[in-house]
Design a protein around this ligand. Structure first.
Ligand code: ASC
Length: 130
């Protein structure tokens, strides 16, 4: 079970598990590592946008920095910059959803690229490699 001070760390990590859970199969379809399925793409894009729309600040509140994690302390120091980078991910998620709603594979591929770029921009600065 989780002791009290670990509960918010678990919340934070679970948030990003849900983000990655939805992004993974979409990226795999775009890369051709998984058969393309329009309905699946749309459902994943909807869920991804829904998760990304949850205010990420809720995952970085008191207690969320406990324990050994790859989240760098700079997240809690450069909060404004961190939230700005997250807002870019939210915009990318909206763009991806819009693309998935059209079913245009080229547009979806471009939106996946933008979204992956937004993930990476934040990881470069705020997630340690190991
Ligand atoms: C993923 C994943 C990430 C991002 C990133 C995109 O599937 O787990 O952290 O994509 O690699 O650049």
């Amino acid at each position: 079970h989780l002791v009290k001070e670990e509960a918010m760390q678990s919340y934070r990590q679970s948030y990003f598990t849900l983000i990655a859970m939805n992004f993974g199969p979409m990226a795999a379809m775009v890369k051709g590592d998984m058969p393309w399925d329009d309905a699946k793409m749309l459902a994943l894009a909807e869920d991804f946008a829904a998760v990304a729309s949850v205010d990420v600040a809720r995952a970085f509140g008191p207690g969320s920095d406990k324990g050994t994690t790859r989240a760098k302390p700079e997240i809690w120091e450069n909060t404004d910059d961190f939230l700005e980078k997250y807002a870019a991910l939210q915009s990318a998620a909206e763009g991806l959803l819009a693309a998935a709603q059209t079913g245009d594979r080229g547009a979806i591929g471009g939106a996946i690229k933008d979204t992956g770029g937004a993930c990476k921009a934040c990881h470069d600065e705020y997630k340690s490699k190991d």
